[in-house]
Design a protein around this ligand. Structure first.
Ligand code: 4NP
Length: 179
C-alpha cells in the first residue's frame, strides 16, 4: 500500500515548482526571489526550487529583459535561468506546485493526475495581506507591472518560507526513531 501524501505532510528536501504561462516573467521571478530569501533567512532548510511554464512559446529562452532588469535593481540575478515547460514527471517530483494565476492553476489541475491535485495551489495564498489573489501577467503591460510582480512575489515568498519553517519544526518525517 502506498501512503498518501497531503500538502501539509512535507518531506525535506522540500521540492517547490513555480508556474506561470511563459516561464519568462512571473515564475522565474518567484524562483530567484524565493531561492534568495530562503538562502538568506533559512539556510538550514533543505529546498529544491524550480519554475516552469504551462505554454511552450519561450522554451530555452532567458527571462524577459524587462523582468531581468527590474529584478536586478532589487539585487536578484536571473541571468542563469532558461524557460522550460511543465512536464508530466513534475507532478510526481514536486511537493508543492504554485501557480501565479487561476488560468495556470486550472491548466495544471487539468494535466495533473488526481493524486497530485492537492499539491497545486495559488502562490498568493501565502500573501494573505495582498489586495489581489493572482500575480498579474506583466508581459503586455507597462513597467509598473514588473514592479508589482516583484512586490507580490516578495510578499508571498516570505509567507511561504514562514509556512515551511513551521512545517519543518512539526515534521517528524526524517527524524530518527525515538529511543
Ligand atoms: P509569464 O508572462 O507567464 O509571467 O512568463 C508571459 C510571457 C509571455 C507571454 C505571456 C505571458 N506570451 O504571450 O508570449
Amino acid at each position: 500500500m502506498v501512503a498518501s501524501r497531503s500538502a501539509t505532510t512535507y518531506d525535506f528536501p522540500m521540492k517547490i515548482l513555480f508556474v506561470c504561462l511563459g516561464n519568462i516573467c512571473r515564475s522565474p521571478t518567484a524562483e530567484v526571489v524565493f531561492r534568495e530569501i530562503a538562502a538568506r533567512d533559512a539556510p538550514d532548510l533543505a529546498l529544491e526550487i524550480e519554475s516552469a511554464g504551462t505554454a511552450a512559446y519561450h522554451v530555452g529562452a532567458p527571462p524577459d529583459t524587462r523582468t531581468r532588469q527590474a529584478a536586478l535593481r532589487r539585487g536578484y540575478d536571473m541571468s542563469a535561468l532558461r524557460a522550460r515547460v511543465v512536464e508530466p514527471q513534475d507532478f510526481r517530483r514536486f511537493d508543492l506546485i504554485l501557480a501565479m494565476d487561476r488560468q495556470n492553476l486550472n491548466a495544471l489541475q487539468q494535466r495533473a493526475p488526481a493524486t497530485a491535485r492537492d499539491r497545486i495551489r495559488l502562490f498568493l495564498e501565502f500573501a494573505p495581506d495582498a489586495d489581489v489573489t493572482e500575480v498579474p501577467d506583466p508581459y503586455y503591460g507597462g513597467p509598473n507591472g514588473f514592479e508589482e510582480v516583484l512586490d507580490l512575489v516578495e510578499a508571498a515568498a516570505r509567507g511561504l518560507l514562514q509556512h515551511l519553517r513551521s512545517e519543518s519544526r512539526r515534521s517528524t518525517w526524517n527524524s530518527p526513531p525515538a529511543p
